[in-house]
Design a protein around this ligand. Structure first.
Ligand SMILES: Nc1nc(=O)c2c([nH]1)NC[C@@H]1CN(c3ccc(C(=O)N[C@@H](CCC(=O)O)C(=O)O)cc3)C=[N+]21
Ligand SMILES: [Mg+2]
Length: 292
């Protein structure tokens, strides 16, 4: 029997843990952690994501501060806002919604975020900390992916993990997190020779390439844990559908456990954002260890 990993339910429990940590911080220290989200432009998908983050943040008991800037905002003005948020003692986490408009360098803007407020874990400092095995803020989607894998098998030590995709947002940090779990990690990508054969070796197969249903059923080892990070909007029989990077129906027949799309990794991203904001607040404000 294949386990369908219920990302929605697991995300709900991560959000609940974050909420009880927030309540604890409020009652013991009288402070309310706050997340600032910066959105530049009117991209409809980004507006939906930012709205969802806002609702989840408030539901967790934290303060949500939204900064919505027009599409034609200059890079310098976005940088100035980030600096203002860095200097604001009430702000614990800063998230700049990606993608930014083309005339703005996301690299420059992201690296202006103070590393200890970088709840997306995307600054050079946090990427360096992750590689060096130092404590820091870890990117949300990779973190969520590992949490989901560990609900199937708590101890990932020694397992072969194959990560397909080497993006800065997902593939690279996910490989580092799996390595920290003592997996034997292979980073596969568009130039990998015989990708199918590489995938067949995976005890944990993570797909993060952004190509709808790239991973076929016969690329999956029997009993493997399949984590599908892809979120692709495609048109099928005249309707828009959300599909992952894995051919779900075929893979589910072979896998031991698999994440669906939607309802898999996606909901974990926001849950881990809340978790990171609580951790950032506790560290930055010197509140000691919090359980999240
Ligand atoms: N600075 C920054 N940080 C991000 O973390 C970030 C970003 N920019 N830009 C856009 C991507 C995308 N992203 C998702 C968050 C939640 C779902 C999610 O909850 N998905 C649900 C619903 C999907 C749907 O119905 O559209 C699911 O997969 O079940 C998906 C994708 C965060 N991103
Ligand atoms: Mg690639």
């Amino acid at each position: 029997m294949t386990t369908i990993i219920d990302g929605k339910a697991i995300a709900a429990s991560v959000r609940e843990k974050a909420a009880s940590a927030v309540a604890d911080i409020k009652s013991r220290h009288g402070v309310q952690p706050a997340l600032a989200v910066v959105l530049v432009g009117e991209d409809p998908a980004s507006q939906v994501y930012v709205r969802n983050k806002h609702v989840a943040t408030e539901k967790s008991g934290m303060r949500s501060i939204e900064h919505k800037l027009p599409e034609n905002t200059s890079e310098d003005d976005v940088v100035a806002l980030v600096r203002k948020l860095n200097d604001d003692d009430e702000v614990d986490g800063i998230l700049v919604q990606l993608p930014l408009p083309k005339h703005i360098s996301s690299d420059r803007v992201i690296n202006e975020i103070h590393p200890d407020k970088d709840v997306d874990g995307l600054t050079e400092v946090n990427a360096g900390r992750l590689i060096l095995g130092k404590e820091g803020l870890v990117p949300c989607t990779p973190q969520g992916s590992v949490i989901l894998a560990k609900t199937v098998t708590e101890n990932l030590s020694g397992l072969n993990a194959v990560v397909v995709g080497r993006s800065i947002l997902v593939g690279k940090p996910l490989a580092m997190l799996l390595l920290a779990e003592n997996c034997t990690v292979t980073m596969a990508h568009s130039r990998t020779k015989d990708l199918a054969a590489v995938c067949r070796e995976a005890d944990i197969l993570c797909a993060a390439v952004g190509i709808p249903r790239l991973i076929k059923g016969d690329w999956v080892k029997k009993g493997a844990i399949v984590i599908d990070v892809g979120i692709n909007r495609i048109e099928e029989s005249g309707k828009m559908r959300l599909v992952g990077d894995v051919d779900y129906d075929a893979a589910a027949e072979v896998a031991g456990a698999i994440t669906p799309v939607p309802g898999g990794v996606g909901p974990m991203t926001i849950a881990c954002l809340l978790r990171n904001t609580v951790l950032a607040a506790a560290r930055r404000r010197g509140l000691g260890k919090v359980e999240v």
